[in-house]
Design a protein around this ligand. Structure first.
Ligand SMILES: O=C(CO)[C@@H](O)[C@H](O)COP(=O)(O)O
Length: 242
């Protein structure tokens, strides 16, 4: 079942060590077949060099394993929650990449301070709040997903415009239309976090990129303005400035 998707998710997971995004097994990538309502995720705790496409685990949107001999990633409840609530995404990556985790440890958003960031993320990448004791008792991974979605709802953020988040004291989750794209976004996030950290250390000045730059990059990437639909007069006005 889903052999092509297993191959695609396997190859995306193999990128994590190659891109220096993981230590040991501290990362996972999944991909979804929306028509079948099933997603594929790497097995938990298996070294990347020992992993095979056939080891990938197939999970339904209730988070139940429907095929696979190994346990799915321990972050499967979070992937499940995100696929159920962010309907446009096709792949999710989670890592413990150190620069992004440093901002998560400090409970800080990653500020948009460079075009490196703005080319991929339309604005600051939010840090979702730490889970309460009750949420942890209810189920850490499940509530990690809920905390992410609640934070995006609270900030009125479009997950396609900002395809990543930090979970306090845990680390980054990124997503995209494909597993491969979610890994790309994870790497851009890590590089952006390192740039932001150094920029913030070097000056007390305001270093956010100007809003028009975020708008411009979003327009170039999505062919529409973040705040306006295609048919809005302002978007034509905005396009005139491209
Ligand atoms: O933070 C944690 C565990 O505490 C997880 O993110 C694991 O690091 C992911 O490992 P897999 O279960 O995917 O192998």
């Amino acid at each position: 079942m889903l052999e092509d998707l297993k191959q695609e998710v396997y190859e995306a997971n193999m990128q994590l060590p190659k891109l220096d995004l993981v230590t040991f097994t501290w990362g996972n990538v999944s991909g979804i077949d929306r028509e079948k309502g099933l997603f594929v995720i790497k097995p938990s705790g298996v070294a990347y060099e020992d992993m095979q496409p056939s080891d990938m685990v197939v999970v339904n949107l209730k988070g139940e394993v429907v095929e696979g001999d190994m346990n799915p990633s321990s972050d499967t409840p979070t992937h499940t929650y995100l696929y159920n609530h962010f309907k446009t995404i096709g792949g999710i990556t989670h890592t413990h990449s150190p620069w992004a985790v440093s901002f998560a440890a400090a409970k800080l958003d990653i500020p948009a301070v460079s075009t490196t960031h703005a080319d991929t993320f339309f604005g600051d990448v939010p840090c979702a709040p730490a889970l309460t004791d009750e949420q942890i008792k209810e189920g850490y991974e499940l509530n990690t997903g809920k905390v992410i979605v609640d934070e995006f709802d609270k900030r009125h953020l479009d997950p396609d415009a900002v395809p990543a988040v930090l979970v306090s004291q845990h680390g980054p989750f990124s997503w995209g239309p494909t597993p491969d794209k979610s890994v790309y976004n994870a790497k851009v996030l890590e590089v952006s976090a390192e740039i932001a950290y150094h920029g913030l250390q070097m000056t007390r000045d305001e270093i956010h990129v100007p809003q028009y730059l975020l708008d411009k990059h979003y327009y170039r990437k999505h062919g529409k303005n973040a705040y306006y639909g295609q048919d809005n007069a302002k978007s034509k006005d905005h396009a005139a400035h491209e």
